[in-house]
Structure formats: structure tokens, C-alpha cells
Ligand binder design. Sequence first.
Ligand SMILES: Cc1cc2nc3c(=O)[nH]c(=O)nc-3n(C[C@H](O)[C@H](O)[C@H](O)COP(=O)(O)OP(=O)(O)OC[C@H]3O[C@@H](n4cnc5c(N)ncnc54)[C@H](O)[C@@H]3O)c2cc1C
Length: 167
Amino acid sequence: MDSIICEEFRKPIKPKSRGSIKFQNNDPLKIVLANEGFLQDPDDLESVKNIFKVYIKGIAEQLAAIDPKYQLVTPSVSQIDDDEQLEEYIKQNFGHNHHQQSSLRMAPLNKGGVVDSKGRVHGVKNLIVADASIIPFTVDGNTGAPAFMIGLTIANQIIESSIGSSK
Ligand SMILES: Cc1cc2nc3c(=O)[nH]c(=O)nc-3n(C[C@H](O)[C@H](O)[C@H](O)COP(=O)(O)OP(=O)(O)OC[C@H]3O[C@@H](n4cnc5c(N)ncnc54)[C@H](O)[C@@H]3O)c2cc1C
């Protein structure tokens, strides 16, 4: 029998949940404790549930209308229709897709930021970060191009400021 198995699904692009990173001690080589905080905000869970209720179910229905052999196998339609089972399915199958960002968010310190608009770490002299970790808000697409753009912009700023200070 032909079947549709939904193993991967798009995560909410603008999640409200917030993760955290904790240093264990002063040793910079000691791995930090990271909690990505997936689905901690109930609105995020609702968004993902709606992906199944609206899109996945809708696509399956359209395919079945073309050829009844196509049936949604996992999650099943009955799982999708049962809120508790759907939540369980989502929690068991949720994961990231290698586009971590914003762990050192560019924002004012009192708004949870770590670096200022030039990538300088708040409260630390001469420490500049220029990578995907400073992205202020989750980008809607892949993170490679924003990382290049951040690297280029901050490198140019450093060059300009060193030229300015040598005059
Ligand atoms: C499997 C995978 C697939 C991806 N696919 C895509 C894609 O198709 N398109 C896209 O746009 N993005 C993709 N990304 C995301 C993209 O690669 C990253 O967002 C981007 O590389 C982030 O750039 P970065 O400079 O912030 O960090 P990184 O590219 O991770 O660079 C960090 C660098 O620091 C080095 N480093 C770490 N610790 C130390 C240390 N202590 N001392 C010295 N050096 C150190 C590392 O070796 C590394 O070279 C993918 C990521 C992964 C993991």
C-alpha cells in the first residue's frame, strides 16, 4: 500500500520560546549547559499542532482524493484529531535543523542582549563577536548568508575604526 509518513516537519519560524546557556565554571573549555527551550511557550506548540491539523492533513486529503491508496500513516489522522496524542507525537519527534543562532543576541543589555550594534560584548573591553550567534531576531531562512554578512560588516567596521584611529 502507498503511504505518507511525516517524519520531518517545519518548526515555527518565529518561536516565542526562549532557550538558555549556562557556564558551569570559569574554564572556557568546559562545555556550557544549553537548553534550547523548544516548545516551552504554549503558543509554539499550538503553531506546530496547526501545521498537522491544517497542512499535513490537508495535503493527505488532497493526495487521497487523487489516489485513495495514499493514506497518512504516521501520524495517523486519528492521532492528529486527538489533541493529547498529537502533542505527544510532536514532543517525541521534535528536533532542530542545524541553524542555531542568537545565543549572544544583539540587543540592549536590559533587553537580554549580549552585544551592541557593532558586535561589542556589553561590559567587556575589546571583545567583538562576528558570527551567527549575534543575530538579533530569528531569520526566516538559512543562517549561512546572514553569518557571512555579519562577518563582512563587522570586519569592515574594525578596519574603518583602525584607519580612523591611526589618522
Ligand atoms: C549540517 C549543517 C548544515 C547546514 N546547512 C546550511 C545550508 O544549507 N545553508 C545555510 O545557509 N546554512 C546552513 N547551515 C548553517 C550554517 O552553516 C551556520 O549558520 C553558519 O556556518 C554559522 O556561521 P558561524 O560563523 O556563526 O559559525 P561556524 O560556521 O560554526 O564557525 C565557527 C568556527 O569557530 C571554530 N571554533 C570553535 N571553537 C573554537 C575555538 N575554541 N578556537 C578556535 N576556533 C574555534 C570552528 O571550528 C568553526 O570554524 C548548516 C549547518 C549545519 C551544521
